[in-house]
Design a binder for this molecule. Structure first.
Ligand code: 13P
Ligand code: SF4
Length: 379
């Protein structure tokens, strides 16, 4: 049985998370001026720079991305530019950390605003996973279990999972990953998103009574040995605060208002919402499904509002897209990456100064990379 890697010390934490405030010179700039200056900085950096943009980014930012995609596609895009010096990741912290782990040694990864985190990833701190695994070991469960972490997790979690024979997954390969996991061991510990785990396993035919929820704030997860013995899937008690806002009631309402409408949701939504929807999948799957649907189709989309609005504009007037939540669910941390931040980090690079760099400690990289490489091979 392998042991756990050390958890980040305070100095390492500070070096990774220290946030430099946006300099005053970048506040209150007109949009047109920012766009021109961002383009000028991109041109000056040329092939030394790659910009990646997640689908939840705002229009004013994602328009400058060399690649747009879901987490899986963006993680794969890093290998396409082995000679680039800088990877600017317009997304959230765990995405930039994964980029740093997958990047070549000379490549430096920049997150335009270090405060762009992910509340779901924060629900699984490494010390809680360490306690969980030790308790599972005490109960004789760990050796029958493979750990799988959603990519929405800290590098320290990916490292612990890799070290214990597990893998990372994304919303686009979660089904294939669970299949892989059950080929390795009798049980899977899935973290941090209970909804993605439950929704995916149920789709594969696993009944709800073979799934248990591990509460990291309770001794032994709040579970008995017997419950864990029966379980095929141990779900970490975590969720996405954006996607849990969608409800089955909203689906009823949208079906009443738009007869014939199709509903497509991200698999981070709660179980009853996914059951009431017509389709589900990663952000890339949602975009492709709506784009490839017949002319005249009407869709209600249950995911982050920037993706939904952009998709609605793209497919209009041939197709209609509405948000499942009439107020639109915003990922406030994705929104932190502004064109002002993008311009600032690019200007700094032109001046030879790397700001807001994401550096995963070397001792975490080894096992986290094994887990991420495994992820990229499972489709
Ligand atoms: P995707 O990998 O489907 O883009 O999802 C990322 C995410 O954070 C969804 O909330
Ligand atoms: Fe994290 Fe949810 Fe935002 Fe995705 S939408 S980055 S899971 S908080």
């Amino acid at each position: 049985m392998s042991t756990f890697l050390p958890i980040l010390n305070e100095v390492e934490k500070a070096s990774i998370h220290e946030r430099q405030p946006l300099p005053a010179a970048y506040l209150g700039l007109p949009d047109d001026e920012m766009a021109l200056r961002i383009e000028a900085a991109r041109a000056a950096l040329g092939e030394r720079l790659v910009i990646l943009g997640h689908h939840y980014q705002r229009d004013e930012v994602i328009r400058f991305a060399d690649y747009t995609g879901d987490s899986f596609k963006l993680a794969g895009a890093i290998a396409n530019h082995p000679r680039a010096d800088y990877i600017v990741f317009c997304g959230v912290h765990f995405m930039a950390e994964s980029a740093d782990i997958l990047a070549r040694p000379h490549q430096r990864v920049i997150l335009p605003d270090l405060a762009a985190g992910c509340s779901m990833a924060d629900m699984a701190p490494a010390d809680q996973l360490e306690i969980c695994w030790n308790e599972l070991r005490q109960m004789g469960i760990a050796e029958r279990t493979v750990p799988v972490t959603y990519i929405n997790s800290a590098a320290a979690i990916k490292s612990l999972v890799g070290q214990n024979g597990g893998t990372v997954c994304t919303s686009s390969n979660a089904g294939a990953t669970l299949k892989w996991g059950w080929q390795q061991k009798e049980k899977i510990l899935f973290l941090p998103d209970q909804h993605l785990g439950r929704n995916t396993a149920y789709k594969m035919g696993v009944s709800l009574d073979r799934m248990v929820v591990w509460d990291p704030h309770e001794p032994f997860g709040g579970l008995t040995r017997d419950q864990l013995d029966q379980a095929r899937l141990i779900l970490w008690k975590g969720h996405c605060s954006v996607h849990v806002r969608f409800t089955a009631k909203q689906i009823d309402q949208v079906r009443r208002e738009h007869p014939g409408i199709k509903v497509i949701v991200h698999p981070e939504v709660p179980f009853d919402v996914l059951q009431a929807a017509d389709d589900s999948g990663s952000t890339e799957h949602i975009l492709n499904t709506v784009r490839n649907s017949p002319a005249g189709s009407t869709w209600a989309v249950g995911t982050e509002v920037h993706l939904v609005h952009r998709l609605a504009e793209e497919v209009a007037p041939g197709k209609t897209v509405v948000s499942l939540d009439q107020f639109g669910c915003l990922c406030s941390t994705m929104f932190r990456v502004s064109p002002n931040h993008l311009l600032w980090v690019l200007d700094s690079l032109v001046d030879g100064d790397v700001v807001n760099e994401i550096v995963v400690p070397e001792e975490q990289k080894k096992w986290a990379k094994i887990a991420l490489d495994r992820m990229l091979s499972i489709q």
